[in-house]
Design a binder for this molecule. Structure first.
Ligand code: GDP
Ligand code: MG
Length: 439
């Protein structure tokens, strides 16, 4: 990730001072690479780098920050700003129903997202009506009906013989009659943008007079998402974007490009096929995802609600000073286990993604119990001073925990790796960490 790359750039540069143009140039090469790797449009990258450079040259490096941290801070703030700063809210009409038109290419996730949007609104006690305007794909109407049934939302259909324009008109009337305060219009998509599709959407737009025109784009399509957004925006005046399939391994650079190129804010993200409430878009979290720093905010938020704050602060201190013992290792594992799926958590933790690559750390729930057994078979001194673990001690521990010497060796190696990682990470973050440290 970018964190470790900048660590290398600034490896020799320590302590107080101002960032020189030379330092910044070198750092910007890494930032540029990280953005291109995340599939951000190259023109967007170019403008962005110029802007960041301006701020970074001459920036003060105070005692509590490392040079790398100063740069990341500027990059992160600018990225967040570029994606709209704060979260954008869904429009709400003064004269209900609020009408939401869903548009996008075939397979982008319009129908699925319509269902998620309905579910989100229902959670807030609204009464959305789903309107089936995709009359072209044979199974499209059925798909929306099944989906509506699953979440208990009404679906308005007129079969596939009536035009989408008429269906939209009738759907709106239906909503007014039945007291639905939101109308979500699911439309057809094509594989590529074509004039007939646009014309139809314009007509539906005209009769529905939507408060929101949400473009649904597939984050996995990367650069292509920008072209799609540009075409739709020139024809339809989009009010927002729903970025889907962020559960894939994309870094989400499309989010940045789409906003930068069209000026349309991303309002929601979707992260799976299951119909869960649509998630609001958090620019700052997307910024750290794009930078490959791990979704630290999510992790901290999650941890805050689950981990004992005092223990976490103590752990942070230990990470900083690298006086991390097997007892801490075990305790941390137990706390982490309470947080949820381990794989997901490790992905969110900066540096941990790299550890997984090293293939030393296997994240397997079953293995944790074995790790527990091994650590519990150590004496107090061994847990605190792992360096004394010679062959005969390891043999004893293996026998005591019902594991093998190979397993014990592997665990000790993992522990050492983690310790090294933490030391690296905490020196990157400076003595106080970003904005006062992880609490
Ligand atoms: P539409 O043609 O735009 O209406 O797209 P659909 O809603 O029918 O979705 C197309 C496919 O993408 C379906 O198989 C969905 O289950 C899947 N899909 C939609 N949103 C997501 C998402 O956020 N993540 C993943 N992994 N799949 C999604
Ligand atoms: Mg559909």
């Amino acid at each position: 990730g970018l964190t470790s790359r900048l660590q290398n750039v600034f490896g020799k540069l320590r302590g107080k001072g101002k960032l020189s143009e030379e330092d910044v140039n070198e750092a910007m090469r890494e930032v540029r690479l990280a953005l291109l790797e995340a599939d951000v449009n190259f023109k967007v990258v170019k403008d962005f780098i110029a802007k960041v450079k301006e701020q970074a040259v001459g920036a003060e490096v105070t005692k509590s920050f490392t040079p790398g941290m100063v740069v990341i801070d500027i990059v992160n703030k600018e990225l967040t700003e570029l994606m709209g700063g704060t979260q954008s809210k869904l429009a709400k009409s003064n004269r209900p129903p609020t009408v939401i038109l869903m548009a996008g290419l075939q397979g982008a996730g319009k129908t699925t997202s319509s269902g998620k949007l309905a579910k989100m609104l229902m959670k807030d006690k609204h009464r959305p009506l789903l309107v089936a305007c995709d009359i072209y794909r044979p199974a499209a109407i059925k798909q929306l009906q099944v989906l509506g049934e699953g979440i208990g939302a009404p679906v308005f259909t007129m079969g596939d013989k009536t035009s989408p324009v008429e269906i939209a008109r009738a759907g709106l009337a239906h909503a007014k009659e039945h007291g639905n305060d939101y109308v979500i219009i699911d439309t057809a998509g094509r594989l590529h943008i074509d004039e007939a599709l646009m014309e139809e959407l314009r007509q539906v737009h005209e009769v529905a007079n939507p408060d929101e025109v949400l473009l649904v784009v597939d984050a996995m399509t990367g650069q292509e998402a920008v072209n799609v957004a540009q075409s739709f925006h020139s024809q339809l005046e989009l009010t927002g974007v729903v970025l889907t399939k962020l559960d894939g391994d994309t870094r989400g650079g499309a989010a940045l490009s789409v906003k930068a190129v069209t000026g349309t804010p991303i309002k929601f993200v979707a992260t799976g096929e299951k119909i869960e409430p649509l998630e609001p878009f958090h620019p700052s979290r997307m910024a750290s995802r794009i930078l490959g720093m791990g979704d630290m905010l999510s992790l901290i938020e999650k941890a805050q609600s689950n981990i004992d704050a005092e223990k976490a602060a103590e752990m942070e201190r230990k990470m900083r000073t690298a006086e991390f013992t097997f007892e801490d290792f075990l305790e941390q594992m137990e706390q982490v286990r309470n947080l949820g799926p381990l794989d997901q958590l490790l992905d969110m933790l900066p540096g941990m993604g790299k550890m997984k690559d090293m293939k030393n750390v296997k994240v397997d729930e079953k293995q944790i119990s074995r790790v527990e057994a091994i650590v519990k078979s150590m004496t107090k001194v061994e847990k605190q001073k792992p360096e004394i673990l010679n062959h005969s001690r390891r043999k004893r521990i293996a026998a005591g925990s019902g594991t093998s010497i190979a397993e014990v060796n592997r665990l000790i190696k993992q522990f050492d790796d983690m310790k090294k990682m933490m030391k690296q990470f905490s020196s990157m973050m400076g003595p106080k960490g970003p904005k006062g440290g992880m609490k």
